[in-house]
Design a protein around this ligand. Structure first.
Ligand code: TMP
Ligand code: MG
Length: 289
């Protein structure tokens, strides 16, 4: 590989247009770390999809702990997951068709959670007791970006309070971090009463990007974007970047690989098939910075 990035030659790496990827990385390298920002999804992008054959929980699923919710609530949230997750990843439906169904899923789950009177002071323990896990190589990823003062915007349809706690417990909550997510709203006694702001689900990240990104001053004047996601909906996370110059998108294809391979290769610049590591993003970053 001419770019001296041997990780891109791995069998798990798919690229529609290798030469375009090379040119983009080279342009980003010439512009340097001062022109770069990283925008990443959280669940199943920064966290692992599976470990030792077991699914790793998303931020919503981390709440499945008796400290926070009862058995009946667990059962209902699981039923909703079984109904809506196959729709979320269905290659035969468009994002437009999925939109209203995702709103339905998130709204129902958030209503169930609010009924449980979840206590803020129990969240850290629930995260500790969960099997949440960031991808292998996460520390190099977070630390390098902080070291080079490259802003990292995490844009998640998960739960902000939970993902912050996962990042904190892994000791990588650095000052270059910005988060857009669904945050819990607690009453004065520390009990969950609502979710703040406009709901973010997998297929409305464009609206969230346009709404929030303009307010994040640290992201301005950084026209080069490395975008990481695991859903086609994640591709719109950079829509709030004003006057972008080079955007390199990396997609983790974790599930339904054969059904979705074609659409992922047509949509992301680099597709990583069943890769539980940050090796490729880390190699690209080490070349650029
Ligand atoms: P992300 O934007 O950080 O990837 O978070 C959204 C993911 O959360 C999405 O892939 C679906 C998943 N999810 C659950 O696992 N359980 C739920 O109850 C809900 C509403 C979403
Ligand atoms: Mg995700």
């Amino acid at each position: 590989f001419p770019l001296q990035i041997p990780e891109l030659a791995k069998g798990t790496v798919l690229m529609r247009e290798r030469s375009k990827v090379e040119e983009t990385i080279q342009a980003m390298q010439r512009a340097g770390a001062g022109s770069l920002q990283v925008i990443s999804d959280f669940d199943m992008t920064l966290t692992r999809f599976a470990h030792n054959g077991m699914r790793v929980p998303t931020t919503h699923n981390i709440l499945d702990n008796r400290l926070l919710i009862n058995e009946d609530c667990t059962r209902r949230i699981r039923e909703l997951l079984n109904t809506y997750y196959p729709i979320e990843i269905d290659a035969s439906r468009t994002a437009e068709e999925k939109q209203p169904l995702m709103v339905e899923w998130w709204t129902k789950v958030h209503e169930l959670l609010i009924q449980q009177k979840i206590r803020k002071d129990m969240l850290a323990r629930a995260v500790k007791e969960s099997s949440a896990m960031l991808r292998e190589g996460y520390k190099v990823f977070f630390d390098r970006l902080a070291e080079h003062q490259v802003p990292l915007l995490i844009f998640s349809a998960g739960i902000g309070d939970i993902l912050e706690e996962v990042i904190r417990q892994n000791h990588v909550f650095h000052p270059n971090l910005h988060i857009i997510s669904n945050y819990m709203d607690f009453d004065r006694t520390g009990v969950l009463q609502a979710f703040k702001g406009q709901l973010i689900h997998t297929f409305n990240k464009r609206e969230g990007a346009l709404l929030h990104a303009a307010h994040l001053r640290e992201l301005q004047g950084r026209p080069n974007v490395l975008l990481l996601g695991d859903s086609l909906g994640d591709l719109t996370m950079a829509d709030g970047v004003s006057q972008p110059q080079n955007i390199l998108t990396i997609g983790f294809l974790n599930d339904q690989v054969e059904e979705r391979k074609e659409s992922y290769v047509n949509s992301f610049d680099i597709v990583l098939v069943k890769d539980e590591t940050m090796d490729v993003p880390n190699a690209v970053l080490s070349y650029i910075t």
